[in-house]
Design a protein around this ligand. Sequence first.
Ligand code: PLP
Length: 376
Amino acid sequence: MIYLDNAATTPLDKDVLNAMTPYLTTCFGNPSSQHRYGRAAANAVQGARDEIAAILGVKADELYFTSGGTESGNTALKGVCLANADKGRHLIVSAMEHPALIESAKDMIKQGFEVTFLNPDERGLISAQAVESAIRPDTTFVAVMAANNEVGTIQPISEIYSVCKEKGVFLYCDCVQIAGVLPFELFPADGVGFSAHKFYGPKGFGGLYMRGNGRFTRLISGGGQERGLRGGTTFTAGAVGCARALSNAVAEMEQNNKKITALRDRFIKLVCEQIDGVHINGDMVNRLPANANISFDGCDGEQILFALDLQGIAVSTGSACSSGAVKASHVLLAMGLGEDRAKSAVRFTFGKYNTQDEVDETVEVLSKAVKKIREN
Ligand code: PLP
């Protein structure tokens, strides 16, 4: 098996599992309980919060634990828009955001808010000027992701944040794809979301940073956890695993990025040499080390995905399948690449466990698959 879908999820590291195991077995207390079982769990949760906050360079009480990137995005967008509805009911969401943000924005339209979906340029980049021009007097919220999950393009968040700060508008930055890959300092924002399963941590656990405990309406009411803003018994092992995985990822960042960039660049070079009619989607400079998103003329991305899967190689397409019909990726369409190019795209995302032999084998299988699809 060759796994080249590391942007979708990564395997749980053994070291992370070992750190989590006591909190799934012997140290099983509810962190809200006042007895010793509870206190032990609460200490572990606090330790994890402190560790993650230090890595983000924020205060521990500005950090809310969530079930992952989707919940963090929903909470930031809906929570901030609802809490500030008296100031204005307009929001700006980049058109290449993850569905967590796009769908949340659509939910707000149903509640009487107006949304501007901001298209990137054809390289997959959103400029600070574009954000500035879209801001209106009644804008309260902007969402631009740090890096895109499909094409891997990295946005100029510092510049976008300067614009938002000057205009007094809240900026949410979905950092799910850069957490553990690039330093958080490069992506200053009022709200930041991340998810543990993207950096070799557990699925179903993540966090939301809200600068200065920014004003937001909670989405999940409950027993007062997360300072009353996100109810539900805290997943102690998740918090411990997330902290361990993030701290490992930060420690290994340079070495992993070097290795992953070399694998990705070799892959792109070989694909371009051995297969004609290919197009790399997204800017090659402002791009995550792991990402290669490639369109193959005359092919359907899904056909390539299934042909590779038959040979034990896991990749993905950005397209969504709803009621049996394959829809082209909203990200590639927003970049203005057209239906055909969008539908023929395949995403290959490399991880720290991939090898050069896997890259070479994938290119060999891919060349044959593309040839066969084009012949049919
Ligand atoms: N945001 C981005 C950019 C993502 O890539 C993902 C996951 O694919 C999410 C949000 C959702 O994260 P989660 O799976 O933790 O809900």
